[in-house]
Design a binder for this molecule. Structure first.
Ligand code: BES
Ligand code: ZN
Length: 847
């Protein structure tokens, strides 16, 4: 690796501040001209220094200071220029070629439409600028183009034939700049804010997609209302625009007043989108909208503070989804995701703190740790200071830091000032990487119950010694008859080892530990199958009720794998009871019936001191599924029939939960009836949830050839649905056929690999097919490495993100480790490798 890392400890405030930016875009695919007029002034809080602007891949046509031409010194990352020691106006004209921009960062083209992606450091590919988040300014933008729709940030000022002007009064960093120009149509609505301001809402899409915007628009209005009700935050411009684009590296982007979305997270109709798609659209619309306050009005001082806006905004979107749907179900889903992505990251070579201290390429740090662990840290903080303390702290945060580029120190100081609580030790959650292991033992004597905890965080790259962290452990106690005798209490653990006692108990209680998953830790406790089944039956905390079932299933799978044990009757009976318990939310029952993923099992085996074999995990999981199907055979047809949703499709949580349970019943049923019911459902389906659900059941049992052809014929013209077609085949192919299936699909005329969604749907889905990716011959590793190298040439950011497919190599046997490392070495040695993928390959290999 050649590039030097950027260090948090090197932070220095900007030498020059910006008072005002005016930009003019003369759009042309091969030669767009960008004229900039930027008012600079020396930063009074800093010693004077050199004038340097970031800029990459720009052709400078002319530059001037206060109207007098200058000749700056240009290098690969920007320019230097002699400037006066006082405020001045910089003007420049540069030329760029959006049609050649395949990296999808800066100004690029997608389906003949111009769009931008500037976070984190894409603005420097548009013009010369101090491209750092602590330089904030109001922007005025003029767009010149024949295209009918011309959009930028802020409010529209004026427009005429072939031009439009926009003004964004709120000072913002360049990463929130956006421009869109295209042949677009809007689906519109209005929102009146709490203080009576009218806001025009538009979702801009390609003609023909208007009928797929209703859900996103509704989610937007609900988000706006929710942020007023829950955080007292109102929207602050006359318009809120959302644009859907087909080529997008990420999910969506919160540009001020002009959010740009991957079309996958906007467009939805019952026929083309699944229940999960609807839920994700709702969450992402909310997430980007919530950034208007947590990210835009208050932004980050530097990119090390990324969790300040992302962790908080994820936390907020999780709260929102919980309020809109079910808190219990949402919490379980969030923890499933956290474990699948963040625990996996934390256990491997890419482990890093929620606030990293060094990076080479910042795009590589938009990670599960920054986002999801970042959100968990806020959840812990809220639990520690209470709901009122949290509210007081957030109110103070918004009043004290509005208009600021803030830090994690600012954030924690607000909590200290609002609640009086010392957060010195708590701050370690931001600086220590790794998932703490919490070992629990208990004792009962003379009516006194003692819970003892020990916390230990494993070494992570660059961090050998870990200090004890503050761990809020929510605990409840149950009587042996199933009654709760101690309701949820939060134990605050601060030491490496600590005990807590409960007095006056008549009998030894059953503990329910880490209720609601009150901290992102791994609980290690010797427990029995009986105790787990007991908690699954009686725990009043829905998360721990589910967790008990999950732990039971994991224990059974581990014993099946390591000892060749038979599927335990205890688990089968427990699943039967839950599945048939109509007093339980169907969505919850569906989650209990979902077995741990094969990747999750691989990590669980490692945690138990075993070496996972993905083929064995796959075969064993299937065996268990068949055993469950047989044991539930009396129940499945009734469940399947009862959970049908009468009436037209509705994407709400109630119906979605019923369909989820119905599909778990169908998946088990398919193992008994060779897919007869699934085939019938596929044929009758009038919505994508039912169609895709049935299709998946068929692929899972190695059937569905006719449906595979029919699905393609039906949906060949719908890119988003076709993504699902690629993803399902790659993700569900039997291990021994997976690599060849993917190779065949990669030759399909619709495999447009330069489109990130399509690439992810084939290569990304294959990498999640654990047994297929990890076949003993190493074919999966070679396949993914080849594609990452190829993609890196056109889109480094997406290639780098997907290289995390290799982050689990330390888990496996020596042969697999060697092959995975060899694939990484090959990537690393590739000439002309990007900084993005280069940094990832280095870190993955522990270099
Ligand atoms: N600010 C990010 C988008 C982003 C990430 C831009 C990385 C550039 C580089 C946005 O707010 C975001 O976090 N989007 C998520 C979805 C969200 C619901 C977590 C995404 O795109 O995956
Ligand atoms: Zn975000």
């Amino acid at each position: 690796m050649t590039a030097e890392p950027i260090l948090l400890s090197d932070y220095a405030p900007p030498v020059w501040l910006v008072d005002q930016v005016s930009l003019t875009f003369r759009l042309s695919p091969g030669a767009t001209r960008v004229l900039s007029e930027i008012s600079f002034r020396p930063n009074p809080d800093r010693a004077p220094g050199a004038f340097r602007l970031d800029g990459e891949g720009l052709r400078l046509i002319a530059a001037a200071i206060d109207g007098a031409a200058v000749s700056p010194v240009i290098d690969a990352s920007g320019l230097r220029c002699d400037v006066p020691d006082r405020p001045f106006v910089w003007t420049a004209e540069v030329e760029i070629a959006p049609e050649k921009n395949t990296a999808l960062e800066g100004l690029y083209m997608s389906n003949h439409m111009y769009c931008t992606q500037c976070e984190a450091e894409g603005f420097r590919k548009i013009t010369f600028y101090p491209d750092r988040p602590d330089v904030m300014a109001p922007f005025a933008v003029r767009i010149e183009s024949d295209l009918p729709v011309l959009l930028s940030n802020g409010n529209p000022v004026a427009a005429g034939d072939g031009w439009a002007e926009w003004h964004d009064p709120w000072p913002k960093p360049a990463y929130l700049f956006a421009l869109v120009a295209g042949d677009l149509v809007a689906v519109s609505d209005d929102f009146t804010t709490a203080s009576g301001k009218q806001v025009k809402l538009n979702i801009w899409v390609r003609p023909g997609d208007q009928d797929k915007c209703d859900y996103a628009l509704d989610a937007l209005k609900r988000s706006m209302k929710w942020d007023e009700d829950s955080y007292g935050r109102e929207y602050d411009l006359d318009v809120f625009n959302i644009v859907a684009v087909d080529d997008f590296n990420m999910g969506a982007m919160e540009n001020k007043g002009l959010n740009i979305f991957n079309s996958k997270y906007v467009l939805a109709s019952p026929q083309t989108a699944t229940d999960d798609d609807f839920a994700r659209i709702e969450a992402i619309i909310a997430h980007e909208y919530f950034h208007n306050w947590t990210g835009n009005r208050i932004t980050c001082r530097d990119w090390f503070q990324l969790c300040l806006k992302e962790g908080l905004t994820v936390f907020r979107d999780q709260q929102f989804s919980g309020d809109m749907r079910s808190h219990a179900v949402k919490r379980i889903e969030d923890v499933l995701m956290l474990r699948a992505r963040q625990f996996r990251e934390d256990n491997g070579p890419l482990a890093h703190p929620v606030r990293p201290e060094a990076y080479v390429e910042i795009n590589n740090f938009y990670t599960a740790t920054v986002y999801e662990k970042g959100a968990e840290v806020i959840g812990m903080l809220k639990r520690l200071v209470g709901d009122d303390g949290y509210k007081a702290a957030l109110d103070l945060y918004f009043t004290r830091h509005d208009g600021d580029a803030a830090t994690i120190e600012d954030w924690l100081t607000v909590f200290q000032d609002a609640t009086g609580r010392d957060l010195t030790q708590f701050k370690r959650w931001y600086s220590q990487a790794g998932t703490p292991r919490l070992t629990v033992t208990d004792d009962f004597s003379n009516g006194r119950y003692t819970l003892s905890f020990e916390q230990k965080t494993p070494k992570t790259p660059g961090q050998d010694d870990k200090l004890p962290q503050v761990i809020p452990i929510a605990v409840g106690l149950l009587n042996p008859n199933g009654d709760e005798i101690v309701p949820t209490t939060v134990l605050e653990m601060t030491e490496a080892r600590q005990s807590f006692t409960f007095d006056g108990l008549a009998a030894r209680p059953v503990p329910s530990i880490l209720r609601g998953f009150s901290a992102p830790v791994i609980v290690q406790r010797d427990s029995t199958a009986q105790e787990r089944a007991f908690l699954l039956a009686h725990d009043t905390d829905p998360f721990n009720k589910w967790e008990a079932g999950r732990a039971l299933a994991k224990d059974v799978l581990i014993r099946m794998i390591s000892e060749g044990a038979a599927p335990s009757a205890g688990l089968l009976d427990a699943l039967h009871r839950v599945a048939g318990d109509d007093s339980l939310d169907p969505a919850f029952r569906a989650l209990v019936l979902r077995l741990p993923s094969e990747d999750d099992m691989a990590q669980s085996l490692v945690d138990s001191g075993l070496t996972p074999d993905p083929g064995t995990i796959h075969a064993t999981t299937r065996m268990l599924k068949t055993a469950i199907a047989r044991h539930l055979s009396d129940l499945l047809p009734r469940l399947y029939a009862d959970m049908a949703c009468p009436g037209p499709y509705r994407p709400d949580a109630g119906d979605a939960g019923r369909r989820a349970l119905r599909h778990s019943a169908l998946a088990y049923l398919s193992r008994l009836d060779a897919g007869a019911q699934a085939t019938a459902q596929y044929a009758a389906a009038d919505n994508m949830t039912d169609q895709l659900g049935a299709f998946a059941c068929l692929l899972e049992i190695g059937a569905g050839a006719a449906e595979t052809r029919a699905f393609y014929d039906q949906w060949a013209d719908d890119r988003l649905v076709l993504d699902k077609w690629f993803a399902l085949q790659a993700g569900l192919a039997a291990p021994e056929r997976a690599a060849s299936t993917v190779k065949t699909l990669a030759k399909h005329p619709d495999f447009d690999w330069k489109n990130p969604n399509r690439f992810r749907s084939l290569i990304g889905a294959f990498a999640t097919n654990a047994a297929g990716f990890h076949t003993p011959d190493g074919a999966g590793y070679d396949l993914v490495a080849d594609w990452l190298i190829r993609l890196d040439g056109v889109n480094p950011q997406t290639a780098a993100r997907m290289s995390t497919a290799f982050e689990t190599w330390p888990r496996y046997d020596a042969d697999r480790q060697d092959m995975m490392r060899a694939a990484l070495s090959r990537i690393r040695a590739h000439p002309g490798l990007s900084r993005d993928l280069g940094e990832m390959a280095d870190r993955l290999m522990g270099a």
